[in-house]
Design a protein around this ligand. Structure first.
Ligand code: PMP
Length: 325
């Protein structure tokens, strides 16, 4: 038995019980370990789907160039699919993302453009603006725009949701995931709530991001926006993929708490995962400690792999420089 291309190995990632970090918590807590995907992250699923939907719509044509603003993981997913299908890739990243993520994208043949993180989204230097400009300037190019492209949510509605529902034999009561573009949490949550409307969905947000306040007040509060270090979750915009109706509650997690929990996942559970995995777990367990009962089953999405953060949260010197060790 073999696969015709590495991208065919996508999906059907394992659910793994957390055993140590959950001490004192009632119920079962499972992690959906997304680093088993070929690009080592949850974003492979939607990258493939955005490309296939664009091909079907005639927006992406043979020999074309895919140009996307990415924190790294979507780029990896797009790059692998592009290799399989013969497209070129250009990725626009902010300078806050780890060096490893830039190097990984170059390793799989992509061109990488780095932009400053500390400018507003509408500033011509921002990675959103630069991606849009390159798309306009490059003939036969396609700008997936993962924030507003609903193929993102669709990929998780059609695969991540059913995988979790089947994997827990319908026993899931609580679902938790970090929120960046919103595709993972909203696609999965929509599917799960259609199977059982009582499933409770918890969104993990960062300090410095607009989501939690918006959910609670309906106000897009610019005062909520300030620089933070966690990669992949929290936003200074409201992406179309964030459907606040299928997220019941948000919890904010600090950079430090997320980093420390990520290191515990590696050391205590053998899960060598990325930073936002610790954020999601920290926030989810905070909720679980108070609300989970014996018969409950919570599933937490762990989006990516630890290799991408070796120079940061897994580096003791870097951690000490933050004052976090
Ligand atoms: N964690 C990491 C490391 C990510 O790269 C992303 C994608 N931005 C997320 C979490 C959030 O996923 P989503 O965009 O589907 O909300």
């Amino acid at each position: 038995m073999y696969f015709n291309h590495i991208i065919e190995t996508l999906g059907n990632t394992p659910l793994v019980r957390l055993n140590k970090v959950t001490e004192g918590i009632k119920g079962t807590v499972l992690a959906k370990v997304e680093y088993f995907n070929p690009g080592n992250s949850v974003k492979d699923r939607m990258a493939l789907r955005m490309i296939e939907d664009a091909e079907a719509a005639g927006i992406l044509k043979p020999g074309g160039t895919i140009i996307e603003g990415t924190s790294g993981n979507t780029g990896m997913g797009l790059a692998l699919t592009a290799i399989a299908k013969g497209y070129k890739t250009i990725f626009v990243m902010s300078d806050k993302q780890s060096k490893e993520k830039q190097d990984i994208l170059r390793a799989v043949g992509a061109e990488v453009v780095i932009c400053p993180v500390d400018v507003a989204p509408e500033d011509p230097r921002s990675y959103y603006s630069v991606a849009k400009r390159l798309n306009a300037e490059t003939p036969n190019s396609f700008y997936p725009n993962q924030y507003d492209n609903m193929s993102n949510t669709a990929a998780h509605y059609e695969a991540t949701g059913p995988e979790i529902w089947t994997g827990t034999e319908g026993k899931i009561t609580h679902f938790a995931a970090g929120v960046g573009t919103g595709g993972t949490i909203c696609g999965t949550s929509k599917y799960l709530k259609e199977q059982n409307p009582a499933v409770f969905t918890l969104g993990i947000d960062t300090y410095g991001s607009v989501f939690k306040k918006y959910k609670e007040t309906g106000i897009f509060d610019e005062n909520e926006i300030y620089p933070y270090k966690t990669e992949g979750i929290g936003e200074d915009i409201l992406p179309k993929n964030v459907d606040f109706d299928v997220i019941d509650q948000f919890i904010k997690v600090t950079d430090k708490d997320g980093a420390l929990m990520t290191r515990r996942l590696a050391k205590e559970e053998g899960l060598f995962v990325g930073w936002s995995c610790g954020s999601a777990t920290h926030g989810a367990l905070e909720y679980a400690r108070e609300h989970l009962n014996e018969e409950d089953t919570m599933v937490i999405v762990l989006p990516d792999h630890g290799t991408r953060y070796l120079g940061k949260i897994y580096n003791d010197d870097w951690m000490r420089a933050q004052g976090w060790l």
